[in-house]
Ligand binder design. Sequence first.
Ligand code: GDP
Length: 160
Amino acid sequence: MKGNYTFTIIKPTAVRKQKTGQILADIIAGGFRIVAMKQIRLQEHEAQEFYRVHRDKSFYQQLVDFMTSGPIVVAVLEKENAVEEYRKLIGSTDPDQALMGTIRAKYAESLRHNAVHGSDSDENARLEAKFFFSQREIFDGLEFSSLAWDEKKSKNKAPA
Ligand code: GDP
């Protein structure tokens, strides 16, 4: 069964242009629940680490420079089949290819300044959420999170 969590970043240009509220409204209207969220600014070494899969790509340094250029908003989102559903809501990486009504079609300026990040797998969603949040910052109910922080805990998910 597909996981129920994904991770997102509202990128620097969208935050600078005060689009955070509209993007969050679209996320909530899309049926997602925000279970963790904060505004931060990445340091160079953090951006390098977060995007290390792209370290051999020509655009890597540009991407790191952009992602450290201003505050970002990071969040963990909950919905059934969250990773796939969120990729649908945000649209293609290149906003010119993104379907009308998707977040990237509405708020992205270019491939580089494409408004948001969304995890591409359940495993990456978990790793990315963990990269930015401690378990005590995640709330999927009134209590601290039952979001699986490791495989062992995931088998012991507390009853709702
Ligand atoms: P995503 O999962 O849809 O965000 O796409 P990727 O993981 O392939 O790429 C990560 C991010 O790198 C994208 O969201 C873009 O902002 C950026 N990116 C991807 N391709 C390019 C490119 O050719 N040039 C530049 N400057 N940025 C790119």
